[in-house]
Design a protein around this ligand. Structure first.
Ligand SMILES: C[S@@+](CC[C@H](N)C(=O)[O-])C[C@H]1O[C@@H](n2cnc3c(N)ncnc32)[C@H](O)[C@@H]1O
Length: 284
């Protein structure tokens, strides 16, 4: 079997199993298996595959037909142009979350903040923490997560990309580790917390339902984590420090209402698709 034949058969198989993006997924998985760029598949269309390659590819295809996300099968996902390791213990970083990172980079550049102390709450794969360290060369970032398994992935990414000096991670419940240490020297708190209302979790796509529940479940109304974080942040931020939170498209008004008079400059930002995606506020 050559590359063209196996791709054609796989695309048909995926279509029968109603896999969205059947061609893209078939190609990404094969390129991953053969350790080549996707574009190379076209150049090598007539190349015959070894029997063990066909067997290994069929195994990946079978798992994809069971709706395992492609990123869990390849073990990688690009975020802010950085290649990150992912597995089933972490949320797969989403392109929408890049907006949060870009906002913080622009904010630091505009304000001339050189070496900010940043805390990333619910760091997961470390996507936000590592990319902030990458694009803000003097930033120090602390990632916190309640999941020890997620932190193991974050550590892999920190090591692999060479940020062990400036990015640390610790296990903890939201900002509690810092509250205990009575640290109030944080310039910027960022978080993409779990924000899906519990009764909507069942409506998620089969792929998203394979991601860690703990990364998705935002409690009864999806706002549990915002309530706690906004309160805790006051004890941790320096005066004038900011909090930057990712939100769902319909949560802007409800999350704005959680900020009291201790906060100013409360802004909701839209993403490139025009949906509300970020909330930022500064501590008075
Ligand atoms: C939506 S995911 C975000 C992951 C990553 N920051 C990203 O944007 O790709 C939320 C993360 O919060 C973590 N989490 C859930 N509850 C937590 C808690 N009480 N304290 C700290 N982290 C928590 C989850 O384990 C998960 O890694």
């Amino acid at each position: 079997m050559n590359i063209k034949e196996i791709l054609t058969a796989t695309i048909d198989f995926f279509k029968k199993h109603k896999i969205p993006d059947s061609r893209l997924d078939a190609e990404v998985l094969l390129a991953h298996l053969l350790d080549i760029e996707r574009i190379q598949l076209y150049v090598k269309y007539d190349l015959p595959l070894e029997p063990q390659e066909v067997a290994a590819y069929r195994e990946l295809v079978r798992k994809r037909a069971e709706r395992v996300p492609v990123a869990y099968l390849t073990g990688e996902k690009e975020f802010m142009s950085l290649p990150l390791v992912v597995n089933k213990n972490v949320l797969i970083p989403r392109p929408e979350t890049e907006l949060l990172v870009e906002y913080v980079i622009d904010y630091c550049q505009d304000k001339g903040i050189d070496g900010p102390n940043i805390v990333d709450v619910g760091t997961g794969s470390g996507a936000i923490a590592v990319s902030l360290a990458h694009y803000l060369p003097a930033a120090r970032v602390l990632g916190i997560d309640l999941s020890a398994e997620a932190l193991a992935v974050a550590r892999l990414n920190i090591d692999k990309l060479g940020y062990t000096g400036r990015v640390k991670v610790i296990k903890g419940n939201l900002l509690k580790p810092l509250l205990k240490m009575e640290k109030d020297n944080v310039d910027i708190i960022v978080s993409n917390p779990p924000y899906i209302p519990r009764n909507e979790l069942g409506n998620l796509s089969p792929e998203v339902r394979q991601e860690p529940w703990m990364a998705l479940d935002g409690g009864k109304d999806g706002l549990d984590y915002y309530r706690q974080l906004i309160k805790q942040a006051k004890a941790v931020l320096v005066r004038g420090g900011i909090i930057v939170l990712e939100i769902a498209y319909n949560q802007g008004k409800s999350v704005v209402a959680l900020f009291d008079d201790d906060w100013e400059d409360i802004k909701v930002k839209k993403d490139y698709a025009g949906s509300e995606r970020l909330i930022t506020a500064a501590l008075v």
